[in-house]
Design a protein around this ligand. Structure first.
Ligand code: MG
Ligand code: MG
Length: 272
């Protein structure tokens, strides 16, 4: 059952999403060669609690940490550990927080130092695919329209779309209906309605879309050992159109990256 949110609830969810955005922004300046994912996890937990929120993943389905940290060939759900990051790695940092009883949940894949051109392209295409998907999240469309758009964009770029893990509705629970696959067929699946809020999260593999799971019961990695990227935004439908509740702007500020991608996206939506 899809639980739609009122305008007031969506504003509360924006607060939750922005706590995650700020956490990712704080982490952006800490991601560098030599740092361990466990250290970053501790920083994130402290930051979230200092902002009057609760880590959203810690203890959820018995997950042991605040962040899912998935380097290189790990797709998602990696557990922080004491292995230092190395120059040329990529690290997907997925973070959740609860504020005012609502969850925020979003993710960014960071390059560690300089990465190869191939890997930089994987990051760029995966992030772009997120916006391609969000643009289809509007009243009148269906789940399959988002999935189709992301899959087509990703496969046209020569990459694999992970099937087994999907985006999801979000609210007072981390995972609500509907499931939001990053693949699909136009016109299929549940219809989008005003007040829906979802976490959209393409997971894109440089090689095969196939995955495997480590014996820890959590870590998902690519079957061929090639890198995988993951970007996630929380998005609501307001006045029939997608409104991104989370933001990457704190990350860009921390890294000194000039980007108007979110504003440009909004302008484009207004234009149609
Ligand atoms: Mg997430
Ligand atoms: Mg999610």
């Amino acid at each position: 059952m899809i639980i739609t949110k009122t305008r007031e609830e969506i504003e509360l969810m924006r607060e939750s999403a922005l706590i995650v955005s700020k956490t990712l922004g704080m982490l952006a300046s800490e991601v560098k060669p030599g740092v361990t994912t466990l250290h970053l996890d501790k920083l994130a937990e402290e930051f979230i609690r200092d902002h009057g929120a609760i880590p959203g993943f810690l203890g959820l389905y018995d997950f042991p940490n605040t962040l899912c940290m998935s380097p290189n060939a790990q797709v998602v759900h990696g557990i922080p550990n004491d292995t230092p990051l190395e120059e040329g790695d990529i690290i997907s940092i997925d973070c959740g927080a609860i504020k005012n009883d609502f969850y925020g949940d979003h993710a960014y894949t960071f390059p560690v130092g300089e990465v190869s051109e191939d890997v930089a392209r994987l990051l760029r295409i995966t992030k772009e695919s997120l916006y391609v998907g969000i643009a289809e999240f509007k009243v009148g469309n269906r789940v399959g329209d988002v999935g189709y758009a992301i899959q087509k964009f990703t496969e046209d770029a020569g990459y694999g779309v992970v099937r087994e893990l999907v985006g999801h509705g979000i609210g007072r629970k981390m995972h609500e209906d509907p499931e939001m696959p990053n693949y699909g067929r136009r016109g299929r699946g549940k219809k989008f309605v005003e007040g829906m809020v979802v976490a959209m999260e393409p997971m894109t593999n440089m090689g095969t879309h196939r995955i495997k799971q480590l014996r820890d019961g959590w870590t998902i990695l690519t079957a061929d050992g090639k890198p995988s990227a993951h970007f996630e935004h929380d998005v609501a439908i307001i006045d029939g159109k997608p409104e991104i509740l989370s933001t990457f702007k704190y990350i860009y500020q921390a890294l000194g990256i000039e980007s108007d991608e979110e504003d440009a996206f909004r302008q484009e939506l207004l234009a149609v």
